[in-house]
Design a binder for this molecule. Structure first.
Ligand SMILES: Cc1ncc(COP(=O)(O)O)c(C=O)c1O
Length: 419
């Protein structure tokens, strides 16, 4: 899916700009920086940029382009439909989709040159699609080395390899890759990564004995890319890191040399003085403890801010305030304290929920703590109602260029202000 980012006439010199009102600003310079950082860590292994779920909420097409510019050579998504959307936008890089159902469109994937992850049951259907298209399918065999999700079990591996090789000999497919996914790489002290690595090595040895010679063997996600060079093989599949977020508890993005790419911001939409004891939001779970000024922040759970995250930080005019009372569908409240009439000046001020954290401002990690979740979920769940404002697009894909004219991508004009 591509987020709707054009809902008004932004070229007009005057008039309201919905992107200024409320937006998730996506900094492609940060994406490129992070990809370069991860490519350094992975070298000589290649980098697959994981852009599933609309690039973890950042926008799959612009992020994919930025990642490829910065040195990623593959793209990865979960669904065939996500892969097809990238192809429709003119992206022709090697591209793998790995999570399927009986209704997945393998024929379209084969026709579009999309690599297909195969755990077992998909094989016959992929081959049928290849016959229909009169074109060999490109597959990556997936093995479950311990995560317990998709992938062939170790017991089923020999049989899957054998069947895939038969089809390969008949010219119906090519085994391009063999891969698996780690379960606890974000907790480097745990032993299961070693166990999964050992199982993966064994599976590769069996494949080699069977004469399979894949182009890419891949296992590592972001945390393994940063902490376990022995898991890199021919390619790493990195998602979270390219968005500039840390997979490790207790280690910040900055400590890992990463830059968060998404800033979620809006404008204070009301400021009002209230008396002592004023209740705030549904359930009146918060009351002011003296005369105070309440500021209304027009983002809520319909925008993807977790309802449970009362206490999450909002930065206004250089200070960070916790959200008080319940987060509602469209709005939340911060208590500015007893600042008297001065509060009125903050009407229309920028309110940042999370961003780079550079200026000591709040981060997606802070919201993850407030919501009892992880930073993956905080950025990914920002909803389509929040327009994405893409900044620092490379000049090669600016307006007027073939890539810049791709559907669903809004390229800001050079010098356009970023709220
Ligand atoms: C199969 C697979 N590989 C790689 C990734 C990327 O993981 P990360 O975002 O931790 O880099 C994911 C994401 O969940 C995944 O499902």
């Amino acid at each position: 899916m591509t987020y709707p980012v054009t809902t008004g006439d932004f070229s007009a010199a005057s008039g309201p700009d919905p992107l200024y009102e409320r937006s998730a600003v996506i900094d492609l310079d940060a994406i490129r920086h992070n990809v370069r950082r991860l490519a350094d860590a992975a070298s000589p292994a290649k980098v697959m940029a994981v852009v599933k779920a609309d690039a973890y909420g950042h926008g799959a097409v612009p992020v994919a382009r930025a990642a490829l510019e910065a040195g990623a050579s593959w793209l990865g998504v979960a669904h065939v439909s996500e892969a097809l959307a990238l192809r429709a936008a003119g992206i022709d890089a090697p591209l793998l989709a790995w999570l399927h159902t009986a209704e997945s469109n393998f024929a379209a994937a084969v026709a579009a040159g999309v690599d297909i992850g195969c755990s077992g049951w998909e094989l016959d259907r992929i081959v049928a699609a290849a016959r229909d298209q009169e074109r060999p399918a490109r597959i990556h065999l997936k093995v479950d080395t311990g995560l317990g999700r998709n992938g062939a079990t170790l017991d089923a591996w020999d049989q899957l390899l054998g069947e895939a090789m038969e089809y390969q000999d008949q010219g119906l497919l090519r085994v391009v890759g063999i891969f698996s996914h780690l379960s606890v790489a974000d907790e480097p002290e745990r032993p299961e990564t070693d166990e999964q690595l050992a199982a993966f090595r064994e599976v590769l040895a069996v494949a080699e004995d069977a004469g399979v010679d894949p182009e890419v063997r891949h296992l590592a996600n972001t945390p393994a890319t940063l902490s376990r060079p022995d898991t890199h093989f021919d390619m790493v599949r990195v998602g979270l890191g390219i968005y500039g977020l840390s997979p490790f508890e207790g280690q910040t993005s900055a400590e890992l040399g990463l830059r968060p790419a998404m800033t979620l911001r809006t404008l204070v939409s009301q400021c009002k003085q209230v008396p002592d004891g004023q209740g705030v939001s549904y359930g009146l779970r918060y009351r002011t403890s003296g005369p105070s000024t309440l500021a209304l922040i027009p983002l809520g759970y319909a925008d993807g801010v977790p309802r449970i995250a009362t206490g999450g930080p909002v930065r206004v005019a250089g200070r960070t305030y916790p959200v008080v009372g319940r987060i509602a569908m469209d709005q939340m409240v911060i208590d500015l304290g007893n600042i008297g009439p001065a509060g009125a000046d903050l009407f229309g001020a920028e309110a940042v929920l999370f961003g780079s954290g550079d200026d000591g401002g709040p981060t997606a990690d802070d919201w993850a703590v407030a919501a009892g979740t992880n930073n993956y979920e905080i950025v990914t769940r920002i909803s389509p109602r929040v327009p994405r404002r893409v900044i620092n697009e490379s000049p090669a894909v600016g307006p007027g260029s073939p890539a810049g004219d791709a559907p669903g991508v809004r390229i800001p004009a050079a010098g356009q202000a970023t709220p």
